[in-house]
Design a protein around this ligand. Structure first.
Ligand SMILES: [Zn+2]
Length: 265
């Protein structure tokens, strides 16, 4: 009898661990209450909710030249992202340029929907290579399933698990809860480890897409130098891991062969 109880306890722990933890592309175990596919589903609504007020204000994609420039960069990054995780070819990849000159921000939701704010491009006077580093970093957060992780944290932190369970049982309510969590997740900071992983994958995607790895360092230098002028939402959701710039600098020689191969094509 005692033996039986132990087996039950062991199985319960094993099953719980399997549901709540999984490894991502970087090999890191993540705390997961939300699967990637439900994060993608919930992000669709979060995307509409985030974009509609901006669209109504005429702030979305209102500068064809800028839209063309950003698309040219992200198209190349998306190709590399798909090579890294082939199943993401089915994602509804897209990018929007948001005309908010005082907002320094960019994001990529679960499922590949991206945005970049004009404040980031103009305030930093960002080059194509630097834009590629920002978007490569954002795409990496999505590839590494950080959105589902942040949604899971949002749910665990802000809502009682029993309520979550009831809502999941109720189906539709569960979806509403997931949608809310997807929006909250967009404003939560990534973990420092998450930042390190996204830096690593991001610089690689960008190099393979033909963008100068040196720009990863100059990008963060510009962020640090200009952050005093306000509006740097990007820095609140992307906390600086220890020695970020030095670590990126060390990666440059490893990335140069990818960059040169892409440029030589
Ligand atoms: Zn980040």
């Amino acid at each position: 009898m005692k033996h039986y109880s132990l087996i039950v306890i062991f199985l319960t722990i094993a099953l719980t661990t399997l549901t709540a933890c999984q490894k991502n592309l970087a090999g890191r175990t993540q705390f997961m209450l939300v699967t990637e596919s439900s994060a993608i589903e919930a992000s669709k609504q979060a995307y509409v909710d985030t974009l509609s007020p901006l669209q109504q204000a005429g702030k979305v994609d209102n500068n064809p030249k800028m839209v063309q420039r950003v698309n040219r960069i992200t198209d190349k990054l998306i190709q590399e992202a798909i090579k890294k995780r082939p199943e993401t070819k089915d994602w509804a990849w897209s990018v929007k340029v948001i005309d908010e000159p005082n907002t320094v921000n960019a994001w990529c939701m679960a499922g590949g929907k991206m945005a970049i704010y004009t404040g980031l491009i103009n305030k930093l006077n960002a080059t194509d290579d630097e834009i590629a580093q920002v978007m490569g970093h954002e795409i990496s957060h999505a590839l590494l399933n950080h959105s589902a992780e942040r949604m899971s944290l949002a749910m665990a932190n802000n809502m009682a698990l029993s309520l979550l369970q009831k809502s999941i049982d109720a189906g539709e309510q569960g979806m509403a809860l997931a949608n809310a969590a997807a929006q909250v997740a967009l404003t939560l900071p990534n973990s420092r480890q998450g930042e390190k992983d996204a830096d690593k994958v991001g610089i690689e995607l960008a190099a393979k897409a033909g963008f100068d790895p040196n720009a990863a360092v100059t990008l963060w230098q510009k962020m640090a130098k200009n952050s005093g002028s306000g509006g740097f939402e990007f820095l609140s959701t992307h906390p600086s891991p220890e020695n970020r710039q030095e670590k990126l600098k060390k990666m440059i020689p490893l990335m140069m062969p990818y960059y040169q191969a892409a440029k030589g094509q």
